[in-house]
Every structure is written in C-alpha cells, then in structure tokens.
Design a protein around this ligand. Structure first.
Ligand SMILES: NC(=O)c1ccc[n+]([C@@H]2O[C@H](COP(=O)([O-])OP(=O)(O)OC[C@H]3O[C@@H](n4cnc5c(N)ncnc54)[C@H](O)[C@@H]3O)[C@@H](O)[C@H]2O)c1
Ligand SMILES: *[C@@H]1O[C@H](CO)[C@@H](O)[C@H](O)[C@H]1NC(C)=O
Ligand SMILES: *[C@@H]1O[C@H](CO)[C@@H](O)[C@H](O)[C@H]1NC(C)=O
Ligand SMILES: *[C@@H]1O[C@H](CO)[C@@H](O)[C@H](O)[C@H]1NC(C)=O
Ligand SMILES: CC(=O)N[C@H]1CO[C@H](CO)[C@@H](O)[C@@H]1O
Length: 350
C-alpha cells in the first residue's frame, strides 16, 4: 500500500514538474504595488509551488528603464518557477496568450485634475486593455482589476472584451475584506483567521459597506457571532465601519504613499482563491458582475459581493438576511457606482 502510494505520488510529482508554464501579466509593473507583488507571484504563492510562470510586465514607455531594474531583481532572485520575464510597453506583446491578467496600472489623480477628466483617462486605458484582451489573450483568461477606480475600470475592460465571459473579470476588494477581518480580530483578541465570513459590499471607496452581521469569530474553540464576540454594537456600526472605509487614506497620511504591501497581499489572496477555490467554510469578497444577483443590487455593475469559488467559478453566497441598516448602506454604494458607470459609458461610446 505504501509503495503504491509513493509510486502515485511520484507520478503526480513528475507530471506537475513538467507542467507547461502559464503566462501572467502584471500592468503598472514599475509601480509600488507591483514591487511587492511580483516576488510573491514568481515564487509560487498564487498559482502553486509546481506551476512554472512566464511573467509579462507592462508599463508606459517612460517607465521602461525602471522596469529593467525590476527585471534584473527578479532574475537575481533565482526563482526556479520563473521561466521568463518579458518587460514591454506594447499591448500586443503584453496581452498575448494570457492565462491571468492583473491590471494594476491606471491614471493617478494629479493636482487640480477634475474627477471627470480622471475617469475619462481611465476609461481610455481600460478600453484599450479590454480590446487587447479580446484580441490577444486566451478566452479562459482570468482578469483582476486593481487600478482605481477599480470597479468601473473593470466594467469598461469587460465591456471591451465581449468574447471573454463577464464572470472572468473581477476587481479587488479583498484588501478591504482583510482590513475588516483584522479590525474585528484585534478587537476580540484572536488571530485574523479566527474571523470568518465578513463581507464588503459595493465600491472600493469610502462608501463601501463592511458588513459583519454574518461574520463568525472562533474563540476558545467555540464559534460565535461577531456581534456577540465584539459585544459593542455602537463600535461595529460606527468606528469599525469608518476605520475600514478610511483605511486607505489613513495609510497615505502616515506613509505619504498609498498601501502597497497590503494591496499586493490582497491581490495574491484574491487570485489564489480564483485558481484554487475558497477554503471550506468561508466566503471572500470580490467585485464581480452584478447582473442577476439576488440582493437587489442594480444590474450591469462591478459590485463587491460575498462569493465562494470552486473549480475557477464563483457563486454569490445567496440568502443572507439584510436589515434596514445594511440595505441603506448597500444602496448608497450602488448609487455611486451607477453614476460612475453612466458617466464612463458616455466616454466609452464617444
Ligand atoms: N483596489 C484596491 O484595493 C487598491 C488598493 C491599493 C491601490 N490601488 C490602486 O492601484 C493602482 C496602482 O497603485 P501603485 O501604488 O502601484 O501606483 P504607482 O503609481 O506606484 O504605480 C502605478 C504604475 O502604473 C503605471 N501605469 C500607468 N498607466 C499605465 C498604463 N496605461 N499601462 C500600464 N501601466 C500604467 C505607471 O507608470 C506606474 O508605474 C492605483 O490606481 C491605486 O489607486 C487599488
Ligand atoms: C468608487 O471607488 C473608486 C475607488 O476608490 C473611487 O476612485 C471612485 O471615485 C468611487 N466612485 C465614486 C462615484 O465615488
Ligand atoms: C461561512 O459561510 C459559509 C457559506 O454560507 C458556511 O458554509 C460556513 O459555515 C460559514 N462559516 C462559519 C465559520 O460559520
Ligand atoms: C470544472 O470546470 C471545467 C471547465 O468549465 C469543466 O470542464 C469541468 O467539468 C469542471 N469540473 C468539475 C469537477 O466540476
Ligand atoms: C472565475 C470564473 O468565473 N471563471 C469562469 C470563466 O469562464 C469560464 C467559461 O469560459 C467559466 O467556466 C468559468 O467559471
């Protein structure tokens, strides 16, 4: 029996050792999130310890010299899974034959720039990148949008790549999810993995709704509702929510730079769960296409929901009870996204 098992193990090992490399694109690759992210991807934290990787790094032309430095450092890490690194400023190179695309680069807000002009610039970027996905990537590509405004950028990319299923596009709210989880864990005094089933609803912005009505805390081996574990309803409905909503701004104020290490970690969590499925007994939050949802969220948005993932397919966790407090907050963040989408669509068709 033992010999049979070890023989089977050897067969599996040999098969996976010869796995074909997958092509993974990171855009904004010369930026600060990518600097934390690329090492984790290249060493196997996201796609598995047996999965060879070709990393494609896209940034804008003026950043190519910086990108060369990033390439040198990746080479100097001597990572066995990393088979090739391809730096480029051309979408036809960047989006070719992709298995996964992590779109981090976007137009940042500049001093004095109008909100509308910023949105317009980002619609142009994500239209181009969506069209490049349509033209050059595999139809099974999994696309994660991080660059802000992430939800709307994701919607634009997806609309510009009609032959790739909408379900294969998602945007990052995992950082908010992780923040919510940690805040509750610190408050109760348990490790963060003892807090499960928090939900982020809506836009990745200060109107997002971090919801712990269905969250569970494990303390001294017992599972209890987060509301009972925390035992401070006014904190949960007040400071907890605003702390998570404002966390990005608080990090910028302290660091004079936006979140990068935690954003990179969240990107890894998100993409790993798409690849391998969510752990048993918990859901995660991600921004996904809203059409057909059971929570009364308007159709045709990229909106963050609680999801479970299996076999590279997500399913929204249905049937959670929504009280009036939650309803109001879910609707407010939806209204913001509807408005942003409608403006973005006028730019898309212009
Ligand atoms: N969704 C989230 O949870 C979350 C969290 C943190 C940051 N973000 C967003 O992620 C983005 C990146 O953050 P960062 O700190 O790495 O910024 P950064 O400025 O350090 O890097 C961004 C990089 O993107 C590049 N870029 C710009 N336009 C591009 C294009 N058209 N194609 C390819 N590359 C392009 C820039 O040249 C730059 O190198 C920002 O939009 C930020 O707001 C999102
Ligand atoms: C939605 O969230 C993004 C990301 O933070 C933000 O840039 C955008 O302004 C928000 N949308 C609106 C309409 O406020
Ligand atoms: C989290 O939610 C899932 C899906 O409803 C459920 O199966 C699981 O038991 C929940 N986890 C905990 C710790 O209650
Ligand atoms: C997983 O998904 C693939 C592609 O959609 C499908 O062919 C396969 O049958 C699925 N496997 C399981 C176990 O559901
Ligand atoms: C993550 C996800 O939802 N993936 C979907 C991508 O599209 C294929 C069809 O090509 C679906 O089977 C996957 O479920």
């Amino acid at each position: 029996m033992l010999t049979l098992l070890s023989a089977m193990y050897l067969v599996v090992r040999t098969a996976s050792a010869q796995a074909e490399p997958i092509r993974v694109l990171v855009t904004g690759a010369a930026g600060q999130i990518a600097y934390s992210l690329l090492y984790s991807i290249a060493k196997g934290d996201v796609f598995g310890k047996d999965q060879p990787i070709i990393l494609v790094l896209l940034d804008i032309t003026p950043m190519l010299p910086v990108l060369d430095g990033v390439v040198m450092e990746l080479q100097d890490c001597a990572l066995p899974l990393l088979r090739e690194v391809i730096p480029t400023d051309k979408v036809e190179v960047g989006f070719k034959d992709l298995d996964a695309a992590i779109l981090v680069g976007s137009m940042p807000r500049k001093e004095g720039m109008e909100r509308k002009d910023l949105l317009k610039a980002n619609v142009a970027i994500f239209k181009t990148q969506g069209e490049a996905l349509e033209k050059y990537a595999k139809k099974t590509v999994k696309v994660l949008v991080v660059g802000n405004p992430a939800n709307t950028n994701c919607l634009i990319a997806s609309k510009s790549a009609p032959s790739i299923p909408k379900e294969n596009f998602s945007c990052l709210t995992r950082l908010d999810h992780n923040r919510a989880r940690s805040q509750v864990a610190m408050r109760v005094g348990v490790p963060s993995d003892s807090v499960k089933n928090v939900t982020i609803w809506g836009n990745h912005s200060s109107t997002q709704y971090p919801d712990v009505h269905h969250a569970i805390v494990t303390r001294n081996g017992k599972e209890i509702a987060a509301f009972d574990a925390v035992n401070d309803e006014s904190w949960l409905k007040g400071d907890f929510i605003s702390t998570v909503q404002q966390r990005g701004a608080a990090v910028i104020k302290a660091r004079k730079l936006s979140s990068a290490m935690s954003a990179a970690k969240a990107i890894c969590d998100h993409m790993r769960d798409i690849w391998f499925g969510t752990p048993d007994g918990e859901w995660v939050s991600m921004g996904i296409y809203s059409s057909g949802n059971s929570y009364g969220v308007p159709d045709d948005l990229m909106y963050s929901f609680p999801v479970k993932i299996k076999n590279k397919s997500w399913k929204v966790v249905d049937g959670l009870s929504i009280n009036d407090f939650s309803r109001g907050k879910m609707d407010a963040t939806a209204a913001e996204l509807v408005e942003e989408r409608d403006t973005a669509l006028t730019f898309l068709s212009a």
